[in-house]
Design a protein around this ligand. Structure first.
Ligand SMILES: Cc1ncc(COP(=O)(O)O)c(C=O)c1O
Length: 475
């Protein structure tokens, strides 16, 4: 398996070892209480930065940039070709069959799930079976569409297969869709999609896999020729796979989108418009109203090329190595609580997403110290998965009610949560060492005492360090 990729210009051969240097912003220095430090980004589950070959590809495309599909000029035709080429690459990447399925470009995964939930034409009699592990994007759209039921969790935070099977039995043919995440953005657990897909189809339901976290880390096969165990619908986002230029993807059965009205209407979705009528055009244009995110789509194609050239084995091994290394170091500190699987030997079966707390230091304070004193970017809080985080932290109903009242009264000081570190392809064990050194300092109480809590935001700052962003970036 080769892990060499060639840039647009065919010059720079790179391997996974080169990725730290090819990262755009790799050596960015940021202000901290202890002077300028090289920034470490452990917030890849939220959004990934990009690599030079992808950025170069975007720059090189910009000279050809033009609107797609309707232009007669050479540039428009080239842009349309690149846009459609990327669509084909997406289909190949997740083994979709464009004769049966359609790849629709959206703004992000959230928009993709909203679009699907609208298109399925559910009624309140229809059950959407989702889980307690979901991101809000795979929960809230369904509440508007049908009646949502949740599959519960096992004590370790994985999804309970038993509860899933029981709920399928209880609701049977009323279950129209099983909406499940491919992997958790909180614990990094990877779900056995094959199992959930086969069981969903047994009762006549379809399955949506929220691939926002899974797609950048594992190969996914939609199995279009396997009606019993296929993935009916899949969504993911370019910005989580090194193409932070704004595009999302919804892939699904063509029949779902062929009939009926698209959710958004306007330019590009019609063949004929009269004063009385509008005749919808063919897929996928019918579902992509207005000018699409052409740059985002091109960048996504290039990112997919990078994944394919690096190869999944290389990607999985590298991320597992980082995850195992971090877990080993974190487990040496009894003050650190890790949520989910803590076993370094299981690192290949999960994502490099680790949620933790440090003693009784509030997560928001620990995250602020990591940034303000260590130059390390993580995320803290509930990661748009309130119900899952509350389950993991064992927040009971009574406590939950009190917190709800506080938050509604604009006091977020006690908001439950964790710190989340999440790895990308370019991260290194040296960076993990810097993180661990900071965690040790936090445990020892060896940090500045001047942090101030903004109750309304639930965030800490330190008046000794104020930022002047215009010194770093001008608009
Ligand atoms: C599991 C999961 N699903 C959905 C989303 C939403 O993705 P986007 O913000 O690109 O719409 C996220 C984002 O963090 C996620 O982690």
């Amino acid at each position: 398996m080769t892990d060499t990729i060639v840039t647009q210009q065919g010059k720079n051969h790179i391997s996974i070892k080169d990725l730290p240097d090819l990262l755009i912003g790799a050596d960015t220095m940021v202000p901290t209480l202890h002077g300028q430090q090289r920034y470490i980004n452990f917030d890849n589950a939220a959004s990934t930065p990009t690599f030079a070959p992808i950025a170069e590809s975007v720059m090189s495309f910009l000279r050809w940039y033009s609107n797609v599909h309707r232009g007669t000029g050479f540039k428009s035709q080239l842009a349309s070709w690149a846009y459609e080429r990327s669509r084909d690459m997406v289909a190949e990447f997740i083994k979709a069959d464009l004769k049966k399925q359609v790849v629709i470009f959206t703004k992000n995964s959230t928009e993709a799930i909203n679009k699907l939930s609208h298109r399925l034409g559910l009624t309140k009699n229809d059950i959407v079976l989702t889980t307690l592990m979901e991101h809000h994007s795979n929960e809230l759209p369904w509440r508007r569409a049908g009646t949502v039921r949740h599959v519960g969790l096992n004590p370790d935070g994985t999804i309970s297969r038993e509860d899933f099977l029981n709920k399928l039995k209880t609701y049977e043919s009323r279950v129209k869709i099983v909406a499940i995440t491919g992997a958790s953005n909180v614990t990094g657990y990877i779900n056995d999609i094959d199992f959930f897909a086969c069981e969903a189809h047994r009762v006549g339901a379809r399955i949506l896999v929220d691939g926002a976290q899974l797609i950048p880390h594992r190969p996914v096969d939609m199995k279009p020729d396997d009606p019993e165990c296929c993935i009916d619908y899949l969504v993911f986002s370019g910005h989580k796979m090194y193409a932070p230029f704004g595009v999302g993807v919804l892939v699904g059965d063509r029949r779902t989108f062929e009939y009926g009205d698209p959710q958004e209407v306007g330019g590009g979705v019609v063949d004929i418009v009269t004063l009385e009528d509008a005749y919808w055009t063919d897929l996928p244009e019918k579902e992509e109203a207005g000018t699409p995110d052409i740059i985002g789509v091109v960048a996504l194609g290039k990112a997919i090329r990078m994944f394919e050239t690096l190869g999944w084995e290389t990607i999985i091994n590298h991320e597992a190595e980082l995850t195992a290394y971090a877990l080993r170091k974190l487990r040496e500190m009894p003050e650190v609580t890790i949520y989910g699987d803590t076993n370094p030997d299981n690192a290949k079966n999960r994502l490099g997403v680790i949620s933790l707390n440090i003693g009784d230091v509030p997560h928001a304070l620990a995250a602020a110290i990591l940034s303000i004193e260590g130059g390390i970017g993580v995320r803290s809080g509930c990661f748009c998965a309130h119900t899952y985080v509350k389950e993991l932290l064992q927040v009971d109903e009574k406590e939950s009610k009190i917190l709800e009242e506080q938050i509604l009264a604009r006091d977020r000081s006690n908001i439950p949560g964790t710190i989340r570190m999440s790895f990308g392809l370019y991260n290194t064990t040296d960076e993990i060492d810097r993180f661990i050194a900071m965690v040790r300092k936090i445990i020892a109480g060896d940090y500045d005492r001047g942090y101030v809590l903004n109750k309304e935001k639930g965030e800490y700052s330190n008046p000794k360090l104020t930022f002047h962003f215009e010194e770093y970036f001008e608009l």
